[in-house]
Write a protein that binds this ligand. Sequence first.
Ligand SMILES: NC(=O)c1ccc[n+]([C@@H]2O[C@H](COP(=O)([O-])OP(=O)(O)OC[C@H]3O[C@@H](n4cnc5c(N)ncnc54)[C@H](OP(=O)(O)O)[C@@H]3O)[C@@H](O)[C@H]2O)c1
Length: 168
Amino acid sequence: MTKFRDTFETNVYGPVLVSEAFRLLLLKSSNAYSLFITSGLGSLGLASDPSSPHYGYQGTSYRASKSALNMVVVEEQKVCKGKVKVFTCCAGLVVSNLRGTSDAARQAGGNAEDPETSAKMVLDVLEGRREEDVGKFIQRPGLFAWGFLEYSLLKHAGSNHGGCLLRR
Ligand SMILES: NC(=O)c1ccc[n+]([C@@H]2O[C@H](COP(=O)([O-])OP(=O)(O)OC[C@H]3O[C@@H](n4cnc5c(N)ncnc54)[C@H](OP(=O)(O)O)[C@@H]3O)[C@@H](O)[C@H]2O)c1
Protein backbone atom coordinates (compact mmCIF):
# COMPACT_ATOMS: atom_id res chain seq x y z
CA MET A 1 0.00 0.00 0.00
CA THR A 2 2.91 2.37 0.68
CA LYS A 3 4.07 2.01 -2.92
CA PHE A 4 0.57 2.70 -4.22
CA ARG A 5 0.24 5.79 -2.02
CA ASP A 6 3.70 7.13 -2.92
CA THR A 7 3.06 6.60 -6.61
CA PHE A 8 -0.26 8.43 -6.48
CA GLU A 9 1.31 11.28 -4.49
CA THR A 10 3.98 11.74 -7.15
CA ASN A 11 2.00 11.05 -10.34
CA VAL A 12 -1.44 12.35 -9.42
CA TYR A 13 -1.46 14.64 -6.38
CA GLY A 14 1.70 16.44 -7.55
CA PRO A 15 0.25 17.42 -10.95
CA VAL A 16 -3.07 18.35 -9.30
CA LEU A 17 -1.29 20.72 -6.89
CA VAL A 18 0.83 22.27 -9.64
CA SER A 19 -2.11 22.77 -11.99
CA GLU A 20 -4.19 24.36 -9.22
CA ALA A 21 -1.32 26.66 -8.30
CA PHE A 22 -0.79 27.90 -11.87
CA ARG A 23 -4.34 27.84 -13.27
CA LEU A 24 -5.30 31.43 -12.47
CA LEU A 25 -2.09 32.77 -14.00
CA LEU A 26 -2.52 30.61 -17.10
CA LEU A 27 -6.09 31.84 -17.54
CA LYS A 28 -4.76 35.41 -17.72
CA SER A 29 -2.52 34.54 -20.68
CA SER A 30 -3.68 34.88 -24.28
CA ASN A 31 -1.71 31.78 -25.36
CA ALA A 32 -1.39 29.43 -22.39
CA TYR A 33 -0.25 25.82 -22.57
CA SER A 34 -0.52 23.16 -19.89
CA LEU A 35 1.26 19.83 -20.43
CA PHE A 36 0.80 16.75 -18.30
CA ILE A 37 3.34 13.94 -18.69
CA THR A 38 1.51 10.64 -18.57
CA SER A 39 2.15 7.20 -20.07
CA GLY A 40 0.52 4.93 -22.61
CA LEU A 41 0.56 2.43 -19.74
CA GLY A 42 -2.37 4.40 -18.31
CA SER A 43 -4.59 3.70 -21.31
CA LEU A 44 -7.39 1.30 -20.34
CA GLY A 45 -7.76 0.26 -23.97
CA LEU A 46 -4.10 -0.70 -24.40
CA ALA A 47 -3.96 -2.38 -20.98
CA SER A 48 -6.86 -4.66 -21.79
CA ASP A 49 -5.86 -5.72 -25.31
CA PRO A 50 -3.73 -8.90 -25.28
CA SER A 51 -2.31 -7.96 -28.69
CA SER A 52 -0.93 -4.66 -27.40
CA PRO A 53 2.73 -4.43 -26.30
CA HIS A 54 1.42 -2.51 -23.27
CA TYR A 55 -0.73 -5.45 -22.14
CA GLY A 56 1.86 -7.43 -20.19
CA TYR A 57 3.55 -4.60 -18.27
CA GLN A 58 3.41 -5.38 -14.56
CA GLY A 59 3.04 -2.37 -12.35
CA THR A 60 -0.49 -1.79 -11.14
CA SER A 61 0.28 1.28 -9.02
CA TYR A 62 2.07 3.05 -11.89
CA ARG A 63 -0.61 2.15 -14.44
CA ALA A 64 -3.44 3.17 -12.12
CA SER A 65 -1.73 6.46 -11.27
CA LYS A 66 -1.39 7.36 -14.96
CA SER A 67 -5.03 6.41 -15.64
CA ALA A 68 -6.04 8.66 -12.75
CA LEU A 69 -3.82 11.43 -14.10
CA ASN A 70 -5.49 11.10 -17.50
CA MET A 71 -8.87 11.74 -15.85
CA VAL A 72 -7.42 14.74 -14.04
CA VAL A 73 -6.36 16.18 -17.40
CA VAL A 74 -9.74 15.56 -19.02
CA GLU A 75 -11.33 17.46 -16.13
CA GLU A 76 -8.67 20.20 -16.26
CA GLN A 77 -9.69 20.94 -19.84
CA LYS A 78 -13.27 21.48 -18.73
CA VAL A 79 -12.23 23.73 -15.85
CA CYS A 80 -10.13 25.85 -18.22
CA LYS A 81 -13.03 26.10 -20.69
CA GLY A 82 -10.81 26.15 -23.77
CA LYS A 83 -8.80 29.15 -22.51
CA VAL A 84 -5.70 27.01 -21.88
CA LYS A 85 -4.32 24.51 -24.40
CA VAL A 86 -4.17 21.35 -22.32
CA PHE A 87 -2.12 18.40 -23.58
CA THR A 88 -1.71 14.89 -22.22
CA CYS A 89 1.71 13.65 -23.36
CA CYS A 90 3.20 10.19 -23.15
CA ALA A 91 6.97 10.56 -22.82
CA GLY A 92 7.59 7.36 -24.81
CA LEU A 93 9.91 4.58 -23.72
CA VAL A 94 13.19 6.44 -23.11
CA VAL A 95 16.36 5.88 -21.10
CA SER A 96 15.89 7.03 -17.49
CA ASN A 97 16.20 6.04 -13.83
CA LEU A 98 12.46 5.54 -13.63
CA ARG A 99 12.77 1.76 -13.88
CA GLY A 100 15.93 1.48 -11.71
CA THR A 101 19.56 2.50 -11.93
CA SER A 102 21.17 -0.57 -13.52
CA ASP A 103 22.09 -0.29 -17.20
CA ALA A 104 19.48 -2.89 -18.12
CA ALA A 105 16.74 -1.06 -16.20
CA ARG A 106 17.72 2.38 -17.52
CA GLN A 107 17.68 1.14 -21.08
CA ALA A 108 14.61 -1.10 -20.66
CA GLY A 109 16.57 -4.07 -21.94
CA GLY A 110 17.78 -2.08 -24.96
CA ASN A 111 14.30 -0.91 -25.98
CA ALA A 112 14.44 2.62 -24.60
CA GLU A 113 15.14 5.56 -26.93
CA ASP A 114 17.11 8.74 -26.34
CA PRO A 115 15.20 11.02 -23.91
CA GLU A 116 15.83 13.84 -26.36
CA THR A 117 12.91 12.41 -28.36
CA SER A 118 10.55 13.12 -25.43
CA ALA A 119 11.96 16.63 -25.08
CA LYS A 120 11.40 17.21 -28.80
CA MET A 121 7.74 16.21 -28.46
CA VAL A 122 7.31 18.71 -25.62
CA LEU A 123 9.02 21.39 -27.73
CA ASP A 124 6.74 20.57 -30.67
CA VAL A 125 3.72 21.15 -28.43
CA LEU A 126 5.03 24.38 -26.93
CA GLU A 127 6.09 25.77 -30.30
CA GLY A 128 2.64 25.17 -31.73
CA ARG A 129 3.32 22.23 -34.04
CA ARG A 130 0.66 20.00 -32.43
CA GLU A 131 -2.21 22.43 -32.15
CA GLU A 132 -4.65 19.96 -33.71
CA ASP A 133 -4.00 17.64 -30.76
CA VAL A 134 -5.16 19.96 -27.96
CA GLY A 135 -7.17 17.92 -25.49
CA LYS A 136 -5.92 14.60 -26.85
CA PHE A 137 -3.67 11.88 -25.42
CA ILE A 138 -0.58 12.31 -27.53
CA GLN A 139 2.62 10.44 -28.14
CA ARG A 140 5.54 11.36 -30.34
CA PRO A 141 4.32 10.02 -33.67
CA GLY A 142 0.59 10.18 -33.07
CA LEU A 143 -2.14 9.58 -30.52
CA PHE A 144 -3.14 7.12 -27.84
CA ALA A 145 -6.70 6.04 -27.12
CA TRP A 146 -8.09 7.22 -23.78
CA GLY A 147 -10.13 4.14 -23.04
CA PHE A 148 -11.94 1.07 -24.26
CA LEU A 149 -14.43 2.55 -26.70
CA GLU A 150 -12.11 4.86 -28.61
CA TYR A 151 -9.46 2.15 -28.72
CA SER A 152 -11.88 -0.48 -30.03
CA LEU A 153 -13.32 1.84 -32.66
CA LEU A 154 -9.95 2.99 -33.95
CA LYS A 155 -8.48 -0.48 -33.88
CA HIS A 156 -11.50 -1.85 -35.71
CA ALA A 157 -11.08 0.90 -38.30
CA GLY A 158 -7.53 -0.30 -38.95
CA SER A 159 -5.73 2.65 -37.34
CA ASN A 160 -3.84 0.49 -34.89
CA HIS A 161 -0.13 -0.19 -35.22
CA GLY A 162 1.56 -2.11 -32.45
CA GLY A 163 -1.04 -1.08 -29.91
CA CYS A 164 -0.75 2.64 -30.61
CA LEU A 165 -2.69 4.92 -32.86
CA LEU A 166 -0.41 6.42 -35.43
CA ARG A 167 -1.31 9.45 -37.44
CA ARG A 168 2.00 10.72 -38.72
N1 LIG B 1 11.13 7.10 -19.09
C1 LIG B 1 10.13 6.53 -19.75
O1 LIG B 1 10.32 5.57 -20.53
C2 LIG B 1 8.74 7.09 -19.57
C3 LIG B 1 7.72 6.54 -20.36
C4 LIG B 1 6.44 7.06 -20.26
C5 LIG B 1 6.20 8.09 -19.35
N2 LIG B 1 7.21 8.58 -18.56
C6 LIG B 1 6.90 9.66 -17.63
O2 LIG B 1 7.80 10.75 -17.82
C7 LIG B 1 7.97 11.45 -16.58
C8 LIG B 1 9.44 11.64 -16.29
O3 LIG B 1 10.01 10.36 -16.14
P1 LIG B 1 11.58 10.12 -16.32
O4 LIG B 1 11.75 8.97 -17.21
O5 LIG B 1 12.24 11.43 -16.65
O6 LIG B 1 11.92 9.63 -14.86
P2 LIG B 1 13.14 9.98 -13.91
O7 LIG B 1 14.38 10.24 -14.71
O8 LIG B 1 13.14 8.93 -12.87
O9 LIG B 1 12.67 11.34 -13.31
C9 LIG B 1 11.55 11.38 -12.46
C10 LIG B 1 11.52 12.74 -11.79
O10 LIG B 1 10.46 12.72 -10.82
C11 LIG B 1 10.97 13.17 -9.58
N3 LIG B 1 10.28 12.48 -8.49
C12 LIG B 1 10.17 11.15 -8.30
N4 LIG B 1 9.50 10.92 -7.17
C13 LIG B 1 9.20 12.13 -6.64
C14 LIG B 1 8.52 12.56 -5.48
N5 LIG B 1 7.99 11.69 -4.61
N6 LIG B 1 8.39 13.88 -5.27
C15 LIG B 1 8.91 14.77 -6.12
N7 LIG B 1 9.55 14.43 -7.24
C16 LIG B 1 9.70 13.13 -7.49
C17 LIG B 1 12.45 12.81 -9.60
O11 LIG B 1 13.13 13.64 -8.73
P3 LIG B 1 14.65 13.33 -8.26
O12 LIG B 1 15.52 13.53 -9.47
O13 LIG B 1 14.87 14.33 -7.19
O14 LIG B 1 14.66 11.91 -7.81
C18 LIG B 1 12.82 13.05 -11.07
O15 LIG B 1 13.14 14.41 -11.29
C19 LIG B 1 7.24 10.63 -15.51
O16 LIG B 1 5.98 11.21 -15.29
C20 LIG B 1 7.08 9.26 -16.16
O17 LIG B 1 5.97 8.58 -15.66
C21 LIG B 1 8.47 8.10 -18.67
